[in-house]
Design a binder for this molecule. Sequence first.
Ligand code: HEC
Length: 145
Amino acid sequence: MSLLKKLMLVGVAAAALSGMAYAANDMSSEAVAERTKPVGSVYTAADLEGIVAAAPAGADSGEPAAPRTGEAVYTSNCSACHGTGAAGAPIKGNAEQWASHVAKGRDTLIKHALEGFNAMPARGACGNCSDEEIINAVDYMLDAI
Ligand code: HEC
């Protein structure tokens, strides 16, 4: 091999090596974070907060900061019975079925919704509904008749 060719090869190799060295020495914070991130870490606490906040209203994902609307609570926690009449529940919007209940007055209905009454489970069995959310759901059903 001629001296010229050898010099050219050395030059190419040096260029390649310096390119690699450059990549390895990329100390930009993103590059460092990317190289040093723990294997398998997918969610940070901040990510999880975002996911919980983005959960649909009424999802059983812990108590959200703002109270859910009566409609949201009804849809996720009451409609299984009050939308179908399951277990003998008065059906939303059916004035005839609600008449004997409404006669007790709103306060009693709210008390029974919170504490349970016969086959009506306490809080409609909603483990993460606040009092306010249960009351919203009662009013939502009462408004429908
Ligand atoms: C497992 C079925 C079931 C679920 C879920 C359910 N209910 Fe009921 N609910 C009933 C039944 C059955 C009754 C009728 C009880 C009776 O009058 O003997 C009832 C009655 C009621 C009454 C009338 C109580 C009274 O004193 O007459 C209210 C108010 C009520 N439910 C609210 C709710 C709300 C609000 C939710 C959701 C958060 C809910 N229910 C979820 C079954 C259910």
